[in-house]
Design a protein around this ligand. Structure first.
Ligand SMILES: NC(=O)c1ccc[n+]([C@@H]2O[C@H](COP(=O)([O-])OP(=O)(O)OC[C@H]3O[C@@H](n4cnc5c(N)ncnc54)[C@H](O)[C@@H]3O)[C@@H](O)[C@H]2O)c1
Length: 248
């Protein structure tokens, strides 16, 4: 996809995408930029993409678990771009399949602090400016596992259930300022996050998926685009499954 080869659905918008260095975040940055947005990518590390490749206009190395660092980066974006219209809380981590009885406190903290609290930090950094302008689109990336659960996914599912809960709360809190808050709940998407899963796991997922294939990062990016664009302007507090029908 060429940068700026879209339909201008986000023309003039300023968007922060977290976890933008790869996977779903990178696909979202590319698509939003192609649709005319100025895209700022935030990630823990850009080692996998050391040079600019047109996916974002600006990038910053920031740990979303660090509230101060996130506030600082939010301030830098506001100084440089003057505003933030769209925030995509996409960054996330998982740590394999661990039975609940042996889940360690550090593993719990890592997933809850990144997937749930990290999103809160980003919201705290940009919502005052969104409120001041009376416009905002906050998009959270959940997972089918928030509702459906899966053995060995205690902390990950808890973190995604948390983000779905926050989505509904923030929709009510920020709605009066013209800010919509929605989430997407992807099914299994082929990214580095799932690298450790073998072909047998993928085969089982495909077998249980009515559309008969795994998700691609672009499938999720296009759903996020709908919610970020004028097409989704009367949708708020929603959690949209993007899973080929995996969830009932
Ligand atoms: N891949 C899937 O099957 C799938 C399914 C459902 C939901 N999701 C969710 O989609 C989102 C993106 O996943 P992905 O598959 O593209 O994963 P990924 O591992 O390819 O990308 C996640 C990115 O988040 C970044 N990140 C992690 N911790 C961070 C932190 N503390 N601060 C800043 N950045 C941090 C990573 O560096 C990485 O670039 C995640 O929230 C994930 O939980 C993925």
């Amino acid at each position: 996809m060429n940068a700026r080869a879209g339909n201008g659905r986000l023309e003039g918008r300023v968007a922060i995408v977290t976890g933008a260095s790869r996977g779903i975040g990178r696909a979202t940055a590319l698509l939003f930029r192609a649709e005319g947005a100025v895209v700022i990518g935030w990630d823990l590390s850009w080692r996998e993409r050391p040079g600019p490749d047109g996916a974002e206009d600006l990038r910053a190395e920031v740990d979303l678990r660090d509230a101060e660092a996130v506030r600082f980066e939010g301030g830098r974006v506001l100084d440089a771009a003057g505003r933030v219209d769209i925030l995509v809380n996409n960054a996330g981590v998982t740590r394999g399949f661990v039975p609940a009885e042996s889940l360690s406190a550090p593993a719990w903290d890592l997933m809850l602090d990144t997937n749930a609290r990290g999103a809160l930090h980003a919201v705290q950094a940009v919502v005052p400016a969104m409120k001041a302008r009376g416009y905002g689109r906050i998009l959270n990336v959940s997972s089918v596992l928030a509702r459906h659960g899966f053995p060995g996914q205690t902390a990950y599912a808890a973190s995604k259930a948390a983000i779905e809960g926050m989505t509904r709360v923030w929709a009510k809190e920020f709605g009066p300022w013209g800010i919509t808050v929605n989430a997407v709940a992807p099914g299994y998407v082929r990214t580095a996050m799932n690298e450790a899963n073998g072909p047998e796991v993928e085969r089982q997922v495909v077998e249980r998926t009515p559309l008969g294939r795994l998700g691609e990062s672009e499938d999720v990016a296009r759903a996020l685009l709908f919610l970020a664009s004028a097409d989704g302007s009367f949708v708020t507090g929603a959690v949209l499954p993007v899973d080929g029908g995996f969830s009932p």
